[in-house]
Ligand binder design. Structure first.
Ligand code: TYM
Length: 334
């Protein structure tokens, strides 16, 4: 069976971009009978960006409830917290020892921090921890511990998966074939980088997100805050340069998208377009939203699900890690 794996960093409240870029395609893939799926809360990764224990704790719960509310079926997918699988941390070390520093120098997240420091005339490595620098190695460990074939992600993660391939290939070259080379699965359309309120990529770090399970009222307010140009009702609008259209498309059928495209050409008012966007999104989210609220009020149920998932995941990761320990020479004397 083909192994599908993906994770979300537990530093914030899940937003529409996480849903469209990762959660929705991942759950769709897990419902196919030819796949075996692994979905997890990337809470070791969370510590790289966040030193607020309460926030990490709350975000783990929210993201876990989100996956379950969106229809993750734990009979079809193994669902766990990264930090419940210490084998991942061990694999992280084995991989660190074969990863060239030069590869990490090229990682976007690290480079962005350096660029920001340089722009501010600061030491290039100011505030850069080894966690941030080595972030792609830990991500490779997540993927390779389960020998995943396919990794559904938004476009911003492609580089990390390419690095996981490089690291896997290096390890295989040195110690024999142990790892499958993983592939990113990215939507071909704009949903691979869903735009946020200000037209940039929707991202926790830009503070421009629309949370997935905001109340109906807040969702409406959020959608109304999407920045649009100054075109008046009746003036034709360009759907290919519009956050409102982008979001609409991410939730609409092909037929609905076609109709909306026409309405843009006919000069639909922004208020009207936003109303239609709200109705479409709200229609699809209101049922899972209720489930989400129910789950959030029952953390014990979520805990039980995650512990059962961790047990399943660990059994697999343990087999992998003992094979790798053998391969690198960490073997018993007798
Ligand atoms: P994270 O937590 O930043 O994002 C989780 C997933 O959501 C996708 N995403 C988006 N997709 C479309 N449009 C957007 N605006 C948007 N914003 C976020 C991301 O691409 C991602 O798929 N390092 C990862 C978490 C991770 C991981 C892994 C993923 C850790 N280990 C192993 C896959 C496999 C991250 O920080 O994603």
């Amino acid at each position: 069976k083909e192994i599908v794996l993906t994770g979300i960093t537990t530093t914030g409240t899940p937003h529409l971009g996480n849903y469209v870029g990762a959660i929705r395609p991942a759950i769709e893939a897990s419902n196919r009978s030819d796949t075996d799926s692994f979905f997890f809360l990337a809470d070791y990764h969370a510590l790289i960006k966040c030193q607020e224990p309460e926030r990490v704790k709350q975000s783990r719960l929210e993201i876990a409830a989100t996956w379950l509310a969106c229809g993750l079926d734990t009979d079809k997918a193994t669902f766990y917290r990264q930090s419940d699988i210490p084998e991942i941390a061990e694999l992280n070390w084995l991989l660190t020892c074969v990863t060239a520093k030069g590869l990490m120098n090229r990682a976007h997240a690290y480079k962005a921090s350096v660029d920001e420091n340089v722009a501010k005339d600061q030491d290039p490595d100011f505030g850069v921890t080894m966690g941030l620098f080595c972030y792609p190695v830990l991500m490779a460990a997540d993927i390779l511990a389960f020998n995943a074939h396919k990794v559904p992600v938004g476009r911003d993660q492609i580089q990390h998966i390419e690095m996981a391939r490089d690291i896997a290939a290096r390890f295989n070259h040195l110690f024999g074939h142990h790892f499958t080379l993983p592939q990113a699965v990215v939507a071909e359309d704009d949903s691979a980088i869903l735009k946020g309120l200000d037209g940039r990529k929707m991202s926790k770090s830009y503070n421009n997100t629309i949370p997935l399970f905001d109340t109906e009222k807040k969702l409406k307010k959020g959608i109304n805050k999407i920045v649009t140009n100054l075109l008046e009702p009746g003036e034709p609008k360009d759907p290919d340069d519009s956050t409102v259209f982008d979001l609409y498309k991410a939730f609409a059928s092909d037929e609905q998208t076609k109709e909306m495209r026409q309405k843009f050409a006919d000069g639909i008012a922004w208020g009207e377009a936003k109303k239609e966007l709200f109705e479409l999104v709200n229609g699809q989210l209101s049922e899972p939203r209720e489930k989400y609220l129910e789950l959030m009020s029952n953390p014990a149920e979520i805990e039980a699900v995650l512990q059962a998932g961790a047990e399943k995941a660990r059994a697999r990761a343990r087999t992998m890690i003992s094979e790798l320990r053998n391969a690198v020479g960490l073997v018993d004397f007798v």
